[in-house]
Unconditional design. Structure first.
Length: 147
Protein backbone atom coordinates (compact mmCIF):
# COMPACT_ATOMS: atom_id res chain seq x y z
CA UNK A 1 0.00 0.00 0.00
CA UNK A 2 1.18 3.49 -0.85
CA UNK A 3 -0.08 6.63 0.92
CA UNK A 4 0.44 10.06 -0.59
CA UNK A 5 -0.54 13.59 0.37
CA UNK A 6 -2.62 15.22 -2.37
CA UNK A 7 -2.34 18.96 -2.92
CA UNK A 8 -5.09 21.29 -4.20
CA UNK A 9 -5.29 21.31 -7.98
CA UNK A 10 -4.07 17.71 -8.33
CA UNK A 11 -6.43 16.04 -10.84
CA UNK A 12 -6.48 12.89 -8.69
CA UNK A 13 -8.60 14.79 -6.16
CA UNK A 14 -11.65 14.62 -8.41
CA UNK A 15 -10.97 11.36 -10.23
CA UNK A 16 -9.61 9.17 -7.41
CA UNK A 17 -9.99 10.80 -3.98
CA UNK A 18 -13.52 12.22 -4.28
CA UNK A 19 -15.24 8.93 -5.21
CA UNK A 20 -13.88 7.33 -2.00
CA UNK A 21 -14.57 10.44 0.11
CA UNK A 22 -18.18 10.50 -1.14
CA UNK A 23 -18.77 7.16 0.61
CA UNK A 24 -18.57 9.19 3.83
CA UNK A 25 -19.63 12.60 2.48
CA UNK A 26 -22.21 11.93 -0.28
CA UNK A 27 -23.20 15.60 -0.48
CA UNK A 28 -19.85 16.56 -2.02
CA UNK A 29 -19.89 17.46 -5.70
CA UNK A 30 -16.65 18.03 -7.62
CA UNK A 31 -17.19 21.80 -7.51
CA UNK A 32 -18.03 21.90 -3.82
CA UNK A 33 -15.09 19.65 -2.93
CA UNK A 34 -12.73 21.86 -4.95
CA UNK A 35 -14.07 25.01 -3.26
CA UNK A 36 -13.89 23.51 0.24
CA UNK A 37 -10.33 22.30 -0.29
CA UNK A 38 -9.21 25.62 -1.75
CA UNK A 39 -10.58 27.54 1.27
CA UNK A 40 -9.68 24.83 3.80
CA UNK A 41 -6.10 24.46 2.57
CA UNK A 42 -5.43 28.03 3.71
CA UNK A 43 -6.68 26.90 7.14
CA UNK A 44 -4.43 23.83 7.19
CA UNK A 45 -6.71 21.24 5.55
CA UNK A 46 -4.81 18.44 3.84
CA UNK A 47 -5.80 15.15 2.21
CA UNK A 48 -3.92 11.88 2.21
CA UNK A 49 -4.89 9.01 -0.08
CA UNK A 50 -4.11 5.30 0.23
CA UNK A 51 -3.55 3.27 -2.94
CA UNK A 52 -3.56 -0.50 -3.24
CA UNK A 53 -0.98 -2.50 -5.19
CA UNK A 54 -3.01 -2.08 -8.37
CA UNK A 55 -3.00 1.71 -8.11
CA UNK A 56 -6.63 2.15 -7.01
CA UNK A 57 -7.46 4.72 -4.33
CA UNK A 58 -8.86 2.68 -1.43
CA UNK A 59 -8.79 5.15 1.47
CA UNK A 60 -8.82 8.87 2.17
CA UNK A 61 -8.06 11.03 5.20
CA UNK A 62 -8.77 14.75 5.49
CA UNK A 63 -6.83 16.32 8.34
CA UNK A 64 -5.28 19.46 9.79
CA UNK A 65 -2.95 20.51 12.59
CA UNK A 66 -4.77 22.68 15.12
CA UNK A 67 -3.48 24.74 18.02
CA UNK A 68 -5.99 25.29 20.82
CA UNK A 69 -6.16 25.57 24.58
CA UNK A 70 -7.43 22.06 25.27
CA UNK A 71 -4.82 19.96 23.43
CA UNK A 72 -2.26 22.71 22.81
CA UNK A 73 -1.39 21.13 19.42
CA UNK A 74 -3.25 18.26 17.79
CA UNK A 75 -3.78 16.65 14.45
CA UNK A 76 -7.52 16.67 13.86
CA UNK A 77 -8.98 14.18 11.40
CA UNK A 78 -11.90 15.69 9.47
CA UNK A 79 -12.48 12.59 7.33
CA UNK A 80 -11.28 9.01 7.49
CA UNK A 81 -12.83 6.57 5.04
CA UNK A 82 -11.90 3.26 3.47
CA UNK A 83 -13.62 2.26 0.23
CA UNK A 84 -16.32 -0.27 1.00
CA UNK A 85 -14.70 -3.03 -1.06
CA UNK A 86 -11.38 -2.58 0.76
CA UNK A 87 -12.50 -2.55 4.39
CA UNK A 88 -10.89 -4.92 6.90
CA UNK A 89 -7.73 -5.04 4.75
CA UNK A 90 -5.54 -2.71 6.83
CA UNK A 91 -6.24 0.49 4.90
CA UNK A 92 -7.62 2.42 7.88
CA UNK A 93 -4.81 1.18 10.09
CA UNK A 94 -2.24 2.36 7.54
CA UNK A 95 -3.91 5.76 7.23
CA UNK A 96 -3.95 6.20 11.02
CA UNK A 97 -0.25 5.36 11.10
CA UNK A 98 0.42 7.87 8.33
CA UNK A 99 -1.50 10.55 10.21
CA UNK A 100 0.32 9.74 13.44
CA UNK A 101 3.58 10.29 11.58
CA UNK A 102 2.40 13.74 10.46
CA UNK A 103 1.25 14.49 14.02
CA UNK A 104 4.57 13.55 15.57
CA UNK A 105 6.51 15.52 12.93
CA UNK A 106 4.36 18.59 13.69
CA UNK A 107 4.91 18.31 17.46
CA UNK A 108 1.32 17.33 18.22
CA UNK A 109 0.30 15.96 21.59
CA UNK A 110 -2.93 14.31 20.37
CA UNK A 111 -4.57 12.74 17.34
CA UNK A 112 -8.30 13.57 17.45
CA UNK A 113 -11.42 12.89 15.44
CA UNK A 114 -15.19 12.96 15.78
CA UNK A 115 -17.44 10.14 14.59
CA UNK A 116 -21.20 10.20 14.07
CA UNK A 117 -23.10 8.34 16.75
CA UNK A 118 -24.67 6.02 14.16
CA UNK A 119 -21.28 4.80 12.82
CA UNK A 120 -20.84 1.87 15.20
CA UNK A 121 -18.56 -0.07 12.85
CA UNK A 122 -16.21 2.90 12.71
CA UNK A 123 -16.31 3.14 16.50
CA UNK A 124 -15.18 -0.46 16.82
CA UNK A 125 -12.31 0.33 14.47
CA UNK A 126 -11.27 3.45 16.45
CA UNK A 127 -11.30 1.52 19.71
CA UNK A 128 -9.13 -1.22 18.14
CA UNK A 129 -6.77 1.54 17.01
CA UNK A 130 -6.49 2.63 20.68
CA UNK A 131 -8.51 5.84 20.42
CA UNK A 132 -10.40 6.73 23.60
CA UNK A 133 -13.86 8.24 23.82
CA UNK A 134 -13.08 11.45 25.69
CA UNK A 135 -15.90 13.89 24.92
CA UNK A 136 -19.34 14.53 23.53
CA UNK A 137 -19.50 16.69 20.42
CA UNK A 138 -22.42 19.13 20.30
CA UNK A 139 -23.69 20.86 17.18
CA UNK A 140 -26.30 23.49 16.39
CA UNK A 141 -27.50 24.00 12.85
CA UNK A 142 -27.68 27.63 11.81
CA UNK A 143 -30.36 28.88 9.46
CA UNK A 144 -29.26 31.03 6.54
CA UNK A 145 -29.77 34.77 7.05
CA UNK A 146 -33.32 35.93 6.39
CA UNK A 147 -35.04 32.71 7.41
Amino acid sequence: MKIIDVEPGDPRLETEVLPVLRELRPHLTPGLFSDVYARGHAQGLRFSAAYDGGGACVGVAGWRVVDNTSAVRMLYVDDLVTAEGSRSAGVGHALVGHLEGHARAAGCFELNLDSGTHRTGAHRFYLRERFDIVAFHFSRLLKPRGE
